[in-house]
Design a binder for this molecule. Structure first.
Ligand code: SF4
Ligand code: SF4
Ligand code: FES
Length: 234
């Protein structure tokens, strides 16, 4: 399969982004984008203008869809590089870009610190006297599958790093806590949920079908809204 890979690159946070196009052949269309990037980085390739390609920087930890680090925009859609196979791109044309909602560090690497800071601001943890409520175990399990990749933030029209609205990547972990609230912890979590999530969410549902691990974000939101806003008993 002949590939034409168009990559949005950037040498440093301050430098100007530029596009680089690489053409190469790949025999195995089961190859993932992450393996493709490794192949490019271990070859001495030139781009279509005969410039050196050099090392394309990108993030990864697990290569198993478990850490979220390899999230990037692939052909216009936020996805995990380690979970995207070449077989999806029949015409061989692939564009790779960094997530745009976070500051770019270099090439496909972004600084996702704001997403983690938002979680800290929400106090997303359980007190040691919390009790797991058996009827909510399903919701808690669903929420715990979030890998903090940030793909849901990329498509969210209301999220930006300084907007005060934390988006679905915060909604999901908070919904785990809300499903298991105890009395002492409850007040702050519900107040923060209303302030930083419910009030800023436009309910556009753009985040519904984007999650690479298939979390049912809408179901979690419905439960958290019911408890925190409509005061339904948990
Ligand atoms: S429903 Fe819309 S505004 Fe709310 S988190 Fe999802 S994409 Fe963002
Ligand atoms: S909800 Fe899904 S898309 Fe959003 S951060 Fe978690 S794993 Fe990623
Ligand atoms: S490298 Fe961990 S999810 Fe892709």
């Amino acid at each position: 399969m002949k590939l034409r890979i168009d990559i949005l690159r950037q040498k440093s946070p301050e430098s100007k982004p530029y596009r680089q196009i690489i053409e190469l052949n790949c025999d195995n269309d089961e190859t993932t984008i992450s393996s493709l990037l490794n192949t490019i980085n271990s070859s001495n390739l030139k781009d279509i203008d005969s410039n050196d390609v050099g090392e394309i920087k990108w993030d990864c930890n697990c290569l198993q869809k478990k850490c979220g680090a390899c999230a990037m925009v692939i052909n216009g859609r936020p996805r995990l590089a380690c979970d995207t196979k070449l077989s999806e791109f029949k015409n061989g044309k692939i564009t790779l870009e960094p997530l745009k909602k976070f500051p770019t560090v270099c090439d496909l690497v972004v600084d996702r610190t704001p997403m983690f800071e938002n979680l800290k601001n929400l106090n997303v943890w359980l007190e040691d006297n919390s009790e797991l409520k058996p009827k909510k175990t399903e919701l808690a399990y669903e929420a715990s599958r979030c890998i903090q990749c940030g793909c849901c933030l990329e498509v969210c029209p209301n999220f930006s790093v300084d907007a005060g609205f934390f988006g679905a990547s915060a909604t999901v972990p908070v919904s785990r806590i809300i499903s298991e609230l105890n009395k002492t912890k409850g007040y702050d979590v519900l107040k923060n949920y209303r302030k930083n999530i419910y009030n800023g969410c436009g309910k556009s549902l753009s985040c519904m079908n984007i999650c690479p691990v298939g979390i049912d974000i809408q179901n979690l939101m419905v439960n958290s809204n019911a408890v925190s806003v409509w005061k339904r008993k948990n």
